[in-house]
Design a protein around this ligand. Structure first.
Ligand SMILES: Cc1cc2nc3c(=O)[nH]c(=O)nc-3n(C[C@H](O)[C@H](O)[C@H](O)COP(=O)(O)O)c2cc1C
Length: 248
């Protein structure tokens, strides 16, 4: 695919643009959810830089509820093996993963949300050569989530149970910072709610205490640029679709 087709033009208007804003806009526009990785690990010092950048994230009452488990080497392989074995067993038993996350799952995708979900889903399946109606092919691609897309690292983000929904919101902001920090460092990353269905398994695997709740998992590493699943870019709505101006 030609690189022009990959480019996601910044949606930012140029009015009032500063150098910093241009950098931020470029980082946001160029990052994507990475679904194919080189096997070489990210050096711990580089991962620490990414994590220290994200530590600047704001949170309600400055509670900073996020805590992070980062896997490396054997830690990643043991997790990948356990997760994939469980997901594969669920898939063979003919079902979706047991949706027992620590937070509610979306109740439904309807209207424009359904359209966006479909569009990005088909962009992904098309990129890896899965045809419409190929349930085996799409199931196999879905299972890649639990193989951590071949990434050398997983990152598990937990919040404090008592902080409820707003703790998760703080963690969401933190994940947004992480995604930007990763992009700025040349690291590929993907947020994965798919792992949430395995919260009980992860609780056991990582020995999480009861007061910690699973928010999201991410896989990360050096992106494999020519991996087919990294060959498309999702679209964003226009400002007019999301902003209401009130001036009276
Ligand atoms: C909270 C959250 C959960 C996500 N969960 C998954 C997931 O489980 N599997 C997956 O392949 N992508 C997942 N994604 C990636 C989204 O599909 C992706 O962000 C969206 O399509 C926009 O594309 P982009 O990240 O490439 O810009 C998730 C993204 C977010 C923000």
């Amino acid at each position: 695919m030609a690189i022009e087709q990959l480019e996601r033009r910044p949606l930012t208007t140029s009015e009032g643009m500063t150098e910093d804003a241009a950098v931020l806009s470029r980082l946001l526009a160029s990052r994507y959810s990475c679904r194919g990785y080189k096997s070489e690990p990210v050096p711990r010092a580089v991962t620490e830089t990414m994590l220290s950048i994200a530590q600047h994230t704001a949170s309600w009452c400055n509670s900073q509820p996020w805590q992070v488990i980062v896997t490396e080497g054997e830690g990643t392989e043991r997790f990948r093996e356990a997760l994939y074995a469980k997901a594969l067993a669920d898939a063979m038993a003919g079902g979706a993963p047991n949706m027992s996350g620590d937070f509610d799952f979306p109740h439904a995708y309807t209207g424009v949300y359904k359209e966006r979900q479909r569009e990005v889903g088909w962009q992904l399946y098309e990129s890896v050569g899965v045809q419409y109606g190929d349930r085996v092919g799409s199931g196999k691609q879905m299972l890649e989530n639990f193989r951590l897309f071949g990434a050398p690292h997983a990152l598990i983000i937990t919040s404090e149970r008592d902080l409820a929904t707003y703790g998760a919101i703080d963690c969401g902001l933190y994940i947004g910072s992480l995604l930007l920090a990763a992009e700025a460092l040349g690291i590929g990353m993907i947020p994965q709610a798919a792992l949430a269905g395995y919260a009980p398994m992860m609780r056991e695997h990582f020995n999480l205490p009861d007061n910690r709740v699973f928010v999201l998992g991410c896989s990360f590493g050096w992106p494999l640029d020519d991996h087919p699943a990294n060959s498309f870019r999702s679209r964003r709505a226009k400002l007019d679709d999301v902003v209401a101006w009130v001036d009276k």
